[in-house]
Design a protein around this ligand. Structure first.
Ligand code: HEC
Length: 167
């Protein structure tokens, strides 16, 4: 049979074509694309920056606690309300970025103190503000003790540290 090589060639070609065709079927391609996309997203997520608790304390909580004192103690109520909001935001970030951690679980202890500060600000009562600020600061330290950072002792500020801002 003279045509045998030709026939065999055709069979091989058809088999190849069929295998390419099936491997290119849409569902398989979609699944592969989705898997690649998931891998890439996982990689991106693992590289995303997450601020540490210490960074949030140092960069957000401590300066706003300070500025809150300067503003409230000087009866600058609008600024005090603003600073109290930003201080609150620091604690919210701990709950968001460190959900489930010991520190995040302890965060709610500070909210009643912040609420009391906000009340003093709303009523523009400086004596009440000063008193609530001491209670707030005490709670900062209670949490530091509860989380094993008792050496981080927070004080009611003395002299202003921010000479480039009016309080
Ligand atoms: C929910 C518990 C909690 C509360 C409430 C809390 N802290 Fe902290 N704080 C921590 C923990 C935990 C650390 C140590 C974090 C670390 O080093 O990773 C810390 C660390 C700090 C530091 C050290 C940062 C540094 O770089 O020296 C400062 C300052 C600080 N807190 C300020 C405050 C102030 C001010 C308040 C109150 C307005 C407060 N914290 C309330 C848990 C708390």
């Amino acid at each position: 049979m003279r045509n045998l090589p030709k026939v065999l060639g055709l069979i091989v070609a058809a088999t190849c074509f069929a295998s390419i065709w099936t491997s290119c079927e849409k569902p398989a391609t979609d699944a592969h694309l989705v898997a690649t996309e998931i891998d890439s997203l996982k990689k991106q997520a693992s590289l995303a920056y997450v601020p540490g608790t210490g960074e949030i304390m140092n960069g957000i909580v401590q300066p706003h606690h300070y500025k809150l004192w300067l503003a409230g103690h000087n009866s600058n109520w609008k600024l005090a309300a603003y600073e109290a909001g930003l201080l609150n935001g620091g604690f919210k970030r701990i709950e968001k970025y460190h959900a489930g951690s010991k520190t995040a679980q302890a965060v709610p202890m500070i909210y009643p103190e912040l609420a009391a500060i906000n009340k003093a600000i709303e009523s523009k009562d400086r004596d009440k503000f000063d008193k609530e600020f001491v209670a707030l600061t005490k709670m900062c330290n209670i949490c530091h003790q509860a989380t094993g950072y008792d050496f981080n002792i927070i004080l009611v500020p003395g002299k202003p540290a921010f000479e480039n801002q009016q309080f």
